[in-house]
Design a protein around this ligand. Structure first.
Ligand SMILES: [Zn+2]
Length: 363
């Protein structure tokens, strides 16, 4: 069985208000999950609207990233409070935590992205991190969320860098799926890859306008928000496992193992991962177009103020054995990097990264 999409997707301006009649059909006592101080006013508004419809709302907040510690703590609260659904409102890690909790509790899940930073509001996947933010593993869920509320005014209040980070994460769909699955004969997978190409083109065409003019009245902004929150999730849904991740995300997972006081966002790290993946394709898979793709991407990413090197993520790979640590984690047995259809070694990853990083540092 393939898990493709949420049961209901409510999108656009006032999506939240329009979703209320659907939400009351599936829950009477939701646990409302969030995290950051900056989203608290929005979560209070969500809570107030639900209470006015006579729902018994229990508010809960993550202390850390989506980690076992928080999940266990909030799971117990949800049982104690007899919550019959999880409504999760925030960025990717909050959405992941809410989906995992709903999955463990076997109750409905409603996702409300409060930024356009990932497609986590859509997918049937959750990433677990440590309390320090190191990636541990991803978990496949029994289903996508029951309702996804993509409210443009909520998302519009998020910091600008969440949009650019989401753009980098969405771009990875094409660079990862086209290399891992282009020889796959399944028509649906082929179509999913083509959607990821159209998505990439739309990000290239409208991404800068969306980033520079983040207004609900700007069609480019609305298009990019939905590209990040919806289309990227749809590609994962119809393309399945192999259309999701490869080297860029494997490198992301490895980079999260190293502490950075810059606390870069998921997509910001994935963007750097795409560039490293392309360098690897160039050196080990004879990809003659890789350099052209890198130049195009670096120019685009710079215009969106996205980091393009690991040092810009706040990590010096030439210190503390960081380069070896990143290469070892990238190449561990269960890593998605092994979906790449060509041979490479850990040493190749070390070579590519050190060349890339030293090149940038000397410029
Ligand atoms: Zn991602």
């Amino acid at each position: 069985m393939q898990i493709i999409s949420p049961d209901k997707v409510i999108r656009g301006s006032n999506a939240w208000q329009r979703s209320l009649p659907e939400i009351v059909k599936i829950t009477k006592s939701p646990l409302l999950l969030g995290r950051s101080l900056s989203t608290r006013p929005l979560r209070s508004l969500i809570s107030k609207d639900l209470r006015e419809l006579n729902l018994k709302v229990y508010n809960s907040e993550l202390e850390f990233d989506c980690c076992e510690h928080d999940l266990t703590r909030i799971y117990n609260i949800a049982i104690e409070q007899k919550c019959d659904s999880i409504i999760t409102a925030g960025g990717g890690k909050v959405l992941d935590a809410g989906k995992l909790l709903a999955d463990y509790l076997s109750v409905p899940c409603i996702t409300i992205p409060l930024s356009a930073s990932t497609c986590a509001g859509w997918t049937a996947l959750g990433n677990i991190y440590t309390t320090e933010g190191k990636f541990v593993r991803d978990i496949k869920l029994k289903s996508c969320p029951n309702i996804l509320v993509c409210d443009h005014s909520f998302i519009n209040s998020a910091p600008k860098k969440t949009l650019s980070s989401g753009i980098a994460d969405s771009l990875a769909k094409w660079y990862e799926s086209s290399i891992t699955s282009s020889s796959n004969k399944d028509g649906i997978i082929q179509q999913a890859i083509q959607i990821s190409r159209v998505l990439r083109d739309q990000l290239f065409i409208q991404g800068e306008d969306a980033y520079n003019n983040p207004s609900e009245d700007n069609l480019a902004w609305s298009n990019i928000v939905e590209a990040n929150c919806l289309t990227a999730g749809l590609i994962g849904g119809i393309g399945g496992e192999k259309c999701r991740t490869a080297a860029a995300h494997a490198i992301h997972n490895a980079i999260t193992q190293i502490y950075s006081n810059k606390r870069p966002l998921h997509g910001e790290i994935v963007g750097v991962g795409i560039l490293i993946q392309l360098r690897l394709e160039e050196s080990k898979n004879n990809n003659k177009l890789a350099n052209q793709s890198i130049n195009q991407l670096v120019k685009f990413m710079k215009n969106l103020n996205l980091p393009t090197t690991i040092s810009q993520l706040g990590i010096n790979v030439f210190e503390n054995d960081n380069l070896q640590k990143i290469a070892t984690f990238t190449c561990r047995k269960e890593s998605e990097i092994h979906f790449l259809p060509f041979e490479f070694s850990k040493e190749d990853i070390v070579q590519v990264i050190s060349k890339f990083e030293s090149l940038k540092i000397t410029i």
